[in-house]
Design a protein around this ligand. Sequence first.
Ligand code: PHE
Length: 438
Amino acid sequence: MDMVERESWASRAGFILAATGSAIGLGNIWRFPYITAESGGAAFLAVYLLAVIVIGIPAMLVEFTVGRGGKRNVVDVYERIGHGKWKFVGFLGLFTGFWLLSYYSVVGGWVFRYIVGSVTGAYFGDPSAYFGAISTGVDAIAFHLLFMALTVVIVAYGIERGIELATKVMVPAIVLLMIVLAIWASTLPGSAGGYQFYLTPDLNTLTTNFWSILPDAVGQALFSLSLGMGVMITYSSYVARDESLWGDSVSIVFLNTFIGVLAGFVVFPLLFAQNVDPGSPGPGAIFVSMANAFAELPAGQLLGAIFFGVVGIAALSSAISLLEVVVAYFVDNTGYSRPVIAAGAGTAMFLIGVPSAIDTAILGQFDAIAANLLLPLGAFLITLFVGWVYAESAVAELSKGTGEGYNPLDLGWLWHIRTLLLVAVAGTLLVSLLNLLG
Ligand code: PHE
């Protein structure tokens, strides 16, 4: 296994951008606004922001200490750092990768379809009927295939020439275009209601629904930061030098949150300006409501194409990280070449995703199980391992690259993940289980 030289990122910025590209995705733009709308707007936003800081940053460091410490794929990394018994957590991560990308790619396909639909104006007549027509069946399967194929091609090129190069272009483009869209949305007459809904927390909603908001916020924080299945273990395993992991994780979490919050500044003013109800739930919500808004606007075809174009790029830069987790394992453990493995795994994921492309209810089930069960379960197990088993070595790994050796903050992190983080993730898991069982 050690005979072939392992790939690595060409630069620290490359690693940060790739991880940020993984984090920013459909979770920020498709999932975040509709979960925010369902859970009471600004009240949810407040709890989510808290969850990102209290849970997101330390949980990302948990994965980084394992990945950079062992420099192996999600399964073999445990053996490499001397705890082979824990490799079942890695297999769970692989399973989650197949599961998640299968339906994520279907939604990514819808986004691609909407880029075309914007340019041709196809959804302008009846946005709901359009979503109904393209979200399932032959159209959905064809665009699911296209999305998966693009993901496979980028991953086939490898770390430096594929993922790093692609995300170096994608992430700045997403940030720039989202800022432009947010500024434009603020100029629309009637957008004020959107800001109020989004930014004025209603203390009543917050206190009466706190226990249902909390697990949703934690689940969304994990999903949005790509935590709980080993994406961050895999990406940090390609870090060659010892830089400050704290610095990296704060940058990634900050950028991801910035784009998520910014997505709200695009979506809510736009919806309120067009009198569209932001609360209609379901995976189609954001497609139907945004299409409704674009159909009413001057230059809606161009603006729609830009909006869905940004979402499509963001979705692709997340999909490649999901595929990379699986590909890295098979590259290390079989004799096949990276392109062959990427194509094989992509084909399997495409097939698993077909039922989701036939019935949106199935897709909704896949998403709920991934975000509320598989990711929190993975995050719980990885944190349990790092907090109580890998403990001292994890602190040692964390203190590398900060220039001053041992640091009291690192010990504070250890106790934080051993207690609060573990309890919060376990609580989320429990509530989700109860909800799923009825
Ligand atoms: N973070 C990605 C998004 O927000 C989704 C994702 C989840 C990617 C888990 C990888 C792992 O769209």
